[in-house]
Design a protein around this ligand. Structure first.
Ligand SMILES: Cc1cc2nc3c(=O)[nH]c(=O)nc-3n(C[C@H](O)[C@H](O)[C@H](O)COP(=O)(O)O)c2cc1C
Ligand code: SF4
Length: 421
């Protein structure tokens, strides 16, 4: 089921480039109205069908309920963490949200804290955004209107630093490295306290559900995947940027919002570096979990990258695979032993054409074999402390499928980009 693009954005007001300092509390209240109390919020979020916008699309009400229940059962004070790490290199939506709607994020943080009974909150964000958010917090607390103590914690610019156990490690003052957890962080997270880790876009949606209700939220998106999402559209489009659309928007419509393709589309990466490649012939695909399921994909954090005709998809994918291999924290076997080999073999596949493959592959007596890369990718899946190997394997498998023509061209001694390596 597809949903039309949204005519009026909900989260992002004003034209791109609106200065951060212009988003003051009075204009925020003028646009969105006063903030209601959190009573009945969990039920409203459940009825709205809001899911996390940080990548995994977990039902938000369930996390709220689990944290509140764990706090009541254990007697421990819960905490709430707003996750704006945005470690994904092709994503700009969380940064854009902090710039354009800082008070919407802080409204969501305050409401979520209230709903689970937390008296402390943290905002985990790229250091360059701390001054602006500190100013927004000062406006709220200076007027006595919002008394929730919010501590800002700097997120290192690394892909895995936004994974929730890495987030909590950093908030505890340790390196932002994911951990193998026996219990969900909602039950036992920050120093053992029930912890709600929520993406900042999710919190902004939550602040609007509290104001306008679940029916309003469901007026955009599909019945199964309601609401809007922020997409970062880049690559070969006329106006790269962050756009808000209803969940289930056809890919072609999303590209139109970004000014349309700047060249004939060969393929589109949907869902970011842990996402999947779709062939350019499938721009009718709805950007939703249901729409992307046949490709083994999901919208993730809303990243869309357009690859034009004339580019070598294998080379584009190889750059990402090698980035992901280096982004691991090297703690677990699949990342330490598997990803570097996959990246090396993928790079060899991307650069090698017949006659040059042996020299470039790093394995002097064996030509590059895509089936072996696919096998290695399957081998690392499900075996890490976090989902980084799984996401990397998904990207690798989808690239091999989407660019199978390029694999054959390379095997025949040619490359779309025309230059034998
Ligand atoms: C490798 C990895 C990186 C992640 N990076 C981010 C991130 O930068 N920002 C984010 O909000 N969630 C990120 N997540 C997802 C978080 O673990 C967590 O699910 C999310 O913050 C929960 O918020 P949500 O339910 O509102 O989406 C990442 C997950 C993985 C496995
Ligand atoms: S799976 Fe990889 S990225 Fe995740 S904790 Fe283990 S080594 Fe680090």
């Amino acid at each position: 089921m597809t949903a039309p693009a949204l005519t009026r954005p909900r989260l992002l007001g004003g034209p791109p480039g609106t200065p951060f300092a212009g988003v003051d509390l009075a204009s925020h209240h003028g646009r969105h109205g006063p903030l209601p109390a959190a009573a009945g919020l969990v039920e409203a979020v459940r009825a709205a069908g809001l899911t996390g916008r940080g990548g995994a699309a977990f039902p938000t009400w369930r996390k709220l309920a689990t944290v509140a229940e764990a706090a009541a059962r254990t007697g421990r004070d819960p905490v709430v963490v707003a996750n704006a790490a945005e470690g994904e290199p092709a994503s700009r939506k969380d940064r854009t949200l902090l710039r354009h709607a800082p008070h919407l994020v802080l409204d969501g943080l305050r409401l979520a804290a209230s709903a689970v009974g937390a008296r402390r909150a943290y905002l985990y964000l790229p250091p360059g955004y701390a001054d602006g958010m500190r100013a927004a917090l000062a406006q709220r607390q200076g007027s006595g209107w919002d008394r929730l103590p919010v501590e800002l914690v700097g997120a290192p610019p690394r892909f895995v630093a936004g994974e929730e156990s890495a987030v909590l490690a950093r908030v505890e003052g340790r390196p932002a490295v994911p951990a193998d957890r026996l219990r969900p962080v909602a039950e036992s997270g920050l120093r053992g306290a029930p912890s709600l880790v929520q993406n900042v876009e999710t919190l902004a949606h939550l602040a609007l559900v509290a104001r306008h209700g679940s029916d309003w939220f469901r007026a955009a998106g599909t019945a199964e995947e309601p609401g809007t999402f922020l997409a970062t559209v880049s690559g070969a489009v006329a106006r790269p940027g962050v756009y808000e659309a209803g969940c289930g928007v056809p890919l072609a419509e999303l590209l139109s919002m970004a000014g349309g393709p700047a060249a004939p589309v060969q393929a589109v990466l949907v869902g970011g570096y842990h996402g999947v490649w779709l062939p350019g012939s499938r721009l009718d695909t709805p950007v939703s979990r249901a729409g992307l399921a046949p490709f083994d994909g999901a919208p993730g954090a809303g990243v869309v990258v357009v690859l034009p005709d004339g580019a070598c998809g294998l080379r584009a994918a190889a750059g990402i695979v090698s980035y992901l291999a280096e982004a691991s924290t090297g703690q677990c076997g699949p990342c330490r032993n598997g990803l570097p080999v996959i990246a090396q073999e993928f790079a060899a596949l991307a650069t090698a054409t017949r006659g040059s493959d042996r020299a470039d592959s790093g394995s002097a007596d064996r030509p590059v074999d895509p089936a072996r890369i696919d096998w290695l990718a399957r081998l690392v899946t499900g075996r890490g402390a976090c989902r980084h190997p799984d996401g990397t394997a998904r990207l690798v498998g989808s690239a091999l499928r989407a660019f199978d023509g390029e694999v054959r061209r390379h095997a025949a001694g040619a490359c779309t980009e025309g230059s034998a390596a």
